[in-house]
Design a protein around this ligand. Structure first.
Ligand SMILES: [Zn+2]
Length: 183
């Protein structure tokens, strides 16, 4: 249905990224991710690119499970400001302790850029937490889609917007824990 090619990357037995597919750079640029161009990731440990500790913990479990011969699959969001992207990731153990990550696009939706994701607006020191897996934002003690967070926090009325920090929401943590630990 989608014309976006699968994005594939692989780590070797030492968790170093030793392969990324042709589509990688196109995808990185489309997401504004200039810091993760293939030339900058090849040869480096995957852990250099996963800052959030809970997310690191999950990735370690995913990789461990794939290496033990149990392929796994899960859905997640990888949005650009102007586009919602629903993706599916497959993680498979390969020869010699390598692990392959394959990302398939399930659905994409164009949207107006939410002000909270506008790269050009001025930011304050206030931090808003976003889930790196489903892209929801923590508002009070509830996780909400970005559009809803903008409404609830009345961000339209602000001159400067909060900065964004990444983590994982409770729902995704539970889901990913299950993906990573059940055989
Ligand atoms: Zn989440």
């Amino acid at each position: 249905m989608s014309e976006t090619p699968d994005i594939v990357y692989r780590v070797n037995a030492r968790d170093e990224i030793d392969y990324v597919s042709d589509g990688w750079d196109h995808f990185a640029v489309a997401n504004g991710g200039k810091t993760v161009l293939s030339t900058k990731v090849l040869g480096r440990p995957i852990w250099d690119f996963i800052m959030d500790l809970s997310t690191q913990e999950i990735y370690r479990a995913l990789i461990h499970k794939a290496r033990s011969g149990h392929p796994l699959r899960f859905t997640f969001r990888c949005d650009a400001p102007w586009r919602r992207r629903f993706l599916e990731m497959t993680v498979v153990g390969k020869e010699g302790g390598a692990v392959e990550f394959r990302t398939r696009t399930l659905m994409e939706q164009e949207r107006p850029v939410p002000i909270l994701l506008d790269a050009d607006v001025e930011r304050s020191d206030e931090l808003l937490r976003s889930c790196g897996w489903c892209k929801k934002f923590l508002v009070g003690d509830e996780w909400a889609e970005v559009e809803e967070a903008v409404q609830r926090l009345r961000l339209f009325q602000r001159r400067r917007l909060p900065s964004i920090t990444h983590g994982i929401c409770d729902e995704c943590y539970e889901k990913m824990n299950e993906v990573a630990t059940t055989a």
